[in-house]
Write a protein that binds this ligand. Structure first.
Ligand SMILES: [Mg+2]
Length: 193
């Protein structure tokens, strides 16, 4: 049975879109950028704010509404149809304080198929947590067998690919994959597994 390693934020959920449309645009009505124009992530330069201010806003949203984030419809439907044909693992970068909430969300929504939650603590100003791994590629080396790694962050994809891991990018405005999520999921099965 093949093993798929999934990212969480902006792959299983729509964190950036929900934060941007329900928090940022609401509190910054003067902002004239739309979600599809977020060509970089983190988007702080586009929004003309300090990266720490961006992270504070995102973390604030996460704590208030993270448990209510909706799974991406198409991805959830994919799991219902194909999930049991593969072993599914999560590898996410998330701040240490949020990892318990993120794991709860993953297992509550995807626990029928995802049985393993792994994370790298994202850097935060106030947290001095050590990291065993500098990036996801280094963490992925721990696994005996990774048949496919899925992420929306092209840096993560390039680093994993550089150590020989089969990867596919979840299409998002800030990466170069211009396919639809439906096309991405079709491609995932037909060309990557
Ligand atoms: Mg992500």
């Amino acid at each position: 049975m093949k093993t798929i390693v999934w990212d969480v934020d902006d792959v299983l959920n729509d964190l950036t879109r929900e934060w941007f449309e329900k928090e940022w645009l609401v509190t910054h009505p003067e902002c004239n950028i739309s979600y599809t124009q977020l060509k970089s992530n983190p988007p702080n330069e586009l929004l003309n704010i300090d990266v720490q201010d961006y992270l504070r806003s995102l973390d604030h949203y996460r704590l208030l509404y993270g448990s209510k984030l909706k799974p991406v419809d198409e991805v959830y439907s994919w799991f219902k149809r194909y999930g049991q044909m593969y072993r599914n693992i999560v590898l996410t970068s998330t701040p240490l304080f949020y990892a318990p909430y993120s794991s709860e969300w993953v297992l509550r929504n995807f626990g029928a198929w995802i049985r393993s939650f792994n994370f790298l603590p994202s850097l935060r100003e106030e947290s001095e947590i050590f990291n065993y791994d500098m990036n996801k590629a280094s963490y992925l080396k721990l696994f005996d067998k990774v048949d496919l790694f899925i992420d929306d962050n092209e840096k993560n994809i390039l680093e994993a690919r550089s150590i020989g891991i089969n990867c596919i990018t979840m299409p998002r405005p800030w990466n170069s994959d211009t396919s639809t999520i439906k096309e991405f999921l079709y491609n995932l099965i037909t060309n990557h597994l």
